[in-house]
Design a binder for this molecule. Structure first.
Ligand SMILES: *[C@@H]1O[C@H](CO)[C@@H](O)[C@H](O)[C@H]1NC(C)=O
Length: 627
């Protein structure tokens, strides 16, 4: 029966109506019901014959299933649409989302519930609005579909159509009573979505329908959103039509100009000057009531400049691209506020352009500024930190001097980020634990890259001490990987991943210098991972003992000198010597072993299972346990 169900599903999915009819012939009612409600799992989808036929637009199959077999229209399944996985979708939702009008019509004629929502509360109407199919939208609304049902983020049909730029659908929804002022979870209205995406006709339509100019969750009006995303025509339209006080007008023009100065896709320095100049004229229009800027103190990353205050000052930098780029960054930080989520992207972009031109100092200043802003705003900075490891590595590789101070600052920020990612792992619900842990581990790896880079910077003793203080601070937090590996384990393990954009030109593991530095900064030489392996257990398994002999040698010496127990056993009762996989590491280990009487005694106690608890000094109990 199950394999028959598979054929039935396949025929429905491929629209082979005659085959399907033949397959369903001569079965009892119960068998037919079984075959037609059978859920097939395939390529990440879970669906019945009706759902898959509707998804794929096979109206003849759908007609057969509905007319002849009275299949339940409210069956739900999991389907994929452009990379999205939709749970709890009905046949009607699928056909509306995939744009199959005839299937929609048949389902509705057979009393399919037009308001049946998916798990995320998306209606068939919303699916049609996403796709921009006015014919289906009209048909559903004519058949009593509810226009006002929003998805679980309170995002309405009108919002999705506005964002995707389906002007005709937006017009239709507004005519049929869609609320232009409904707010999504994030505080945005349809006008925000249309403005951000730059759909001028839709903005016009919404304004005509009295859509209000309100702020979203980030304190941004649609006007500001349009300015921030370089949508000049939308800004100009809103300035003409919307009620707007002089202050907001000027801010919108300034933000628009500033955004054109440092945007990868919309870079246009002439527009930067044009809009900044327009704004400046408005500030100075009425000499009696000059509207002055409330300037931020100069920021070093922006070259220590101040924003222009007069048309003359602005005219003076008209041909100075660099000055206009920095002007743009200053204006954005002033208007958006330093904790706004969008402030940092253009700063990072401008830094990257500097790095591409080998102007590394400028790049690092900007990126540090962005990093501090993002960290202050409690944002996840793991990509920012990795970007530093990459640019520093590139510099080391090109023999450009890497300053101790920036390395120290980035290490400092990394310690904070790791502390926060540890807390995020602690607090993560089951479903998010995996991502939180990945994030945390990659921060620890990035920290190790930075430590490795710090061994290659030329710096004085005091600077070195400041760098080492950061390393010490992290060691105190004792971060561990999933396997329980400490920083030291990771520094000596060839399985520690190394980022491959510039970083791997400079950082490799096992790494003797990093090992030495970590030990100098207080790393526990006998720390064990979840398998009970000490760093010494790991390094003796290094598989390049000949070609990278110096590393192996230096690390074993460092570990032993720092007090590594050469006879410490892991959970399988194996010592480092037992775990040695090459003759080279075995010899190195043997020459380093200085077996003390204390160690020999401990081994004897353990091997012969002599009771020692409460018989020897407490401080020795732990020592015996190692063995
Ligand atoms: C769908 O919602 C609309 C509007 O609330 C309502 O009039 C209609 O009866 C609903 N249809 C069904 C099948 O629930």
């Amino acid at each position: 029966m199950d394999s028959l169900a598979g054929y039935v599903y396949k025929a429905a999915a491929e629209g082979r109506v005659l085959t399907l009819a033949a397959l369903l012939l001569n079965h009892s009612e119960a068998e037919t019901r079984y075959l037609l409600s059978y859920v097939t799992h395939l390529a990440g989808q879970r669906s019945t014959p009706l759902i898959i036929a509707s998804r794929n637009g096979h109206d003849k199959v759908v007609r057969l299933l509905l007319d002849h077999y009275r299949v339940d229209t409210e069956q739900t399944g999991t389907v994929r649409f452009d990379g999205y996985v939709i749970d709890g979708a009905t046949a009607l939702w699928c056909s509306a989302g995939a744009g199959h009008f005839e299937v929609v019509r048949q389902l509705v004629c057979h009393q399919a519930n037009v308001n049946h929502t998916t798990v995320t509360n998306s209606t068939p109407l919303r699916a049609a609005c996403f796709d921009g199919r006015l014919d289906i939208v009209k048909y559903l609304v004519e058949h009593q579909a509810n226009i006002g049902i929003a998805n679980k983020y309170d995002n309405t049909c009108l919002m999705i159509a506005a964002y995707k730029g389906h002007t005709d659908v937006v017009g239709f929804l507004l005519e049929h009573g869609a609320d232009p002022n409904a707010k999504a979870h994030c505080g945005a209205t349809a006008l925000h979505f249309a403005a951000e995406a730059g759909h001028l006709d839709i903005v016009k339509e919404l304004v005509r329908c009295q859509a209000a100019m309100v702020v979203n969750g980030h304190g941004m009006t649609p006007l500001k959103v349009a300015a921030e995303s370089c949508k000049a025509d939308v800004v100009e339209l809103l300035l003409l039509h919307a009620e707007c006080d002089p202050h907001s007008r000027i801010e919108a023009l300034e933000l628009l100009g500033a955004s054109f100065a440092n945007d990868r896709e919309n870079y246009d320095i002439l527009k930067t000057y044009h809009y900044l100049y327009l704004a400046m004229l408005e500030r100075h229009r009425d000499l009696g009531t000059l509207i002055a800027k409330e300037l931020l103190p100069p920021i070093e990353a922006y070259g220590g400049r101040s924003e222009c205050r007069t048309p003359q000052e602005l005219e003076a930098i008209r041909a100075d691209r660099n000055a206009l780029h920095m002007e743009g960054l200053m204006v954005r930080e002033r208007i958006l506020g330093s904790d706004n989520i969008d402030v940092s992207h253009p700063i990072i972009y401008r830094g990257a352009v500097y790095a591409d031109n080998m102007e590394f100092d400028q790049c690092i200043k900007l990126w540090l500024h962005a990093l501090l802003l993002r960290q202050k705003g409690n944002r996840n900075t793991h990509k920012d930190l990795l970007r530093f490891a990459q640019v520093f590595s590139q510099m080391v590789h090109l023999k450009e001097p890497v300053g101790a101070e920036p390395v120290k600052q980035v290490l400092h920020c990394s310690v904070l980020e790791i502390q926060r990612s540890m807390a995020r792992v602690e607090a993560a619900p089951e479903a998010e634990l995996h991502t939180a842990m990945d994030n945390y581990e990659s921060n620890v790896f990035t920290f190790l890259y930075l430590v490795c880079i710090s061994t290659k910077t030329v710096c004085g003793e005091e600077e070195r001490a400041r760098i080492n203080k950061q390393i010490y601070n992290l060691i105190q937090l004792d971060p561990r990987s999933r396997e329980g590996s400490s920083l030291l384990h990771l520094a000596i393990s060839s399985s520690t991943p190394v980022d491959d954009f510039h970083t791997n030109d400079v950082c490799t593991f096992p790494n003797a210098q990093v090992t030495k530095l970590l030990l100098d900064c207080g790393a526990q030489v006998n720390a064990v991972d979840h398998e009970g392996n000490s760093p010494l257990h790991i390094i003796v398994q290094y598989n390049r003992p000949i070609s990278d002999f110096l590393t192996l040698h230096a690390i074993i010496i460092s570990l032993v000198e720092a007090g590594a127990h050469t006879d410490m056993t892991n959970k399988q009762k194996k010592t480092p010597l037992d775990k040695s996989t090459t003759g080279v590491s075995e010899i190195l280990l043997k020459t380093q072993m200085k077996m003390s009487l204390k160690c020999l005694a401990s081994r004897a106690v353990r091997q012969h299972q002599i009771t020692y608890r409460n018989q020897i000094p407490k401080t020795l109990e732990e020592f015996v346990e190692f063995h």
